[in-house]
Structures are given as C-alpha cells and as structure tokens.
Write a protein that binds this ligand. Structure first.
Ligand code: FMN
Length: 187
C-alpha cells in the first residue's frame, strides 16, 4: 500500500504540516511506502482557462503537476493537509486544483482517463473559524477527478489560541485516522 501526503503549508513547522507528519509517521508503522510532496516546492502555473486540454487531452504547461500526477496515480491513500486562508485553501493549492481540469476533461469529455479507487484524507487547521466547509468542498472536487473518496478528515480550529499541550494532543488524535480509513464502513 502506498500513502502520499500532500502539504499545502507555507513553511515546514506549520501546524497543518506537523499534523500531516504525525499521521504519516503512524502510517509508516504498517506501511513501508509513505511519500510526501510539498506544494510550496513545486512550480505550478495557473490554469489560463484556454481549455485546449479539453480537445487535446494535454496541458500546455509542463511543471510540478506532472510530479503530482505521477505520485497520486501510484498511491492508494492520498492525504492533503492545508491551513485555512480566507475561508478556503491556500492559493497555490487552489492553483493545483484548477489545473485538474485536464483530468476532468480526459475523464468526462475525452473518455481517456480512469484510475483505481483510492482513499482520501483531509487535514486542516484554522486560526479561528470552525467552518471548514469551503475547503472541504474544494478538496472533494480535487479528489473526485482522481477517483479518491474522502474517507477521513481532521479539522483543528482556533490555532491562534492553542497552547502546546493542546497541540500535542491533536498530534496524537490525528493518528486515529489510520484505523478509520482502514475500516471499510467509513469509506
Ligand atoms: C493569508 C492567511 C489567511 C488566513 N485566513 C484565515 C481565515 O479565513 N480563517 C481563520 O480561521 N484563520 C485564517 N488564517 C489563520 C491560519 O488558518 C492559522 O494561522 C493556521 O494555523 C495556519 O496554518 P499553518 O500553521 O499550517 O500554516 C489565515 C492565515 C493566513 C496567513
């Protein structure tokens, strides 16, 4: 089984990435193949909406999306972690999602793309809001093009006020997702 973690955090020690690390460490206990990709390290062009991919089945931009595509397609479980920025996901992750129009077109217009069913997890943190709905909707749309079902989620609000003890507890709590996604009734 291959597990891929995708971090949309701006910096390595950010809360969303520490939670991802904790979860992936837990997966590592039973799975040898655990990979991590940092969106901040990828060069990602913005979709220009020209829609040539809907005719050609190819994207005009050659960049980090190819790295991401290869990693996702070879994974069984995909975990995305992201902070909430202005009620949504950070812009670079949204740019990644917009570029998925290529796969949507291959799947729904050209009929040239299919992939095995995968399991997905979304981990998110916010400074204040309890509302993760916008971000979750975007992640579900991202997952759906790659046939990934959202089987587990972990949302940590109020990071502005969180002390270290509370965060350490969250790092433990997020690990429960490993057994949750393995339980077929959750997925
Ligand atoms: C650009 C920006 C926008 C933010 N927008 C929101 C927001 O809309 N709602 C909220 O509760 N917190 C917001 N925050 C706070 C972050 O969600 C919070 O600090 C979070 O812990 C950051 O995650 P990280 O530590 O993984 O980077 C924002 C932070 C930044 C930098």
């Amino acid at each position: 089984m291959t597990v891929l973690g995708i971090s949309a955090a701006a910096t390595p020690n950010s809360r969303s990435e520490l939670l991802l690390n904790s979860l992936l460490d837990e997966f590592s206990k039973t799975t040898r193949d655990v990979k991590k990709i940092f969106i901040r390290d990828l060069k990602i062009s913005f979709c220009d909406g020209f829609r040539s991919c809907e005719k050609t089945g190819e994207c005009k931009f050659a960049d980090g999306m190819q790295v991401l595509e290869k990693a996702i397609l070879s994974s069984d479980i995909v975990v995305v972690s992201a902070p909430i920025y202005f009620t949504s996901v950070p812009a670079k992750l949204k740019a990644v999602v917009d570029r998925c129009q290529l796969y949507w077109a291959r799947k729904n217009i050209l009929g040239t793309f299919s992939t095995s069913q995968k399991k997905g997890i979304f981990v998110s943190v916010s400074g204040r809001t309890q509302d993760f709905n916008h971000a979750e909707t975007i992640i579900k749309a991202f997952f759906s093009v790659f046939n990934i079902k959202l089987c587990g989620k972990f949302y940590l609000p109020d990071t502005d006020k969180l002390d270290n003890t509370q965060f350490v507890k969250a790092e433990e709590d997020v690990k429960k997702l490993v057994t949750e996604v393995e339980d077929e009734s959750n997925c």
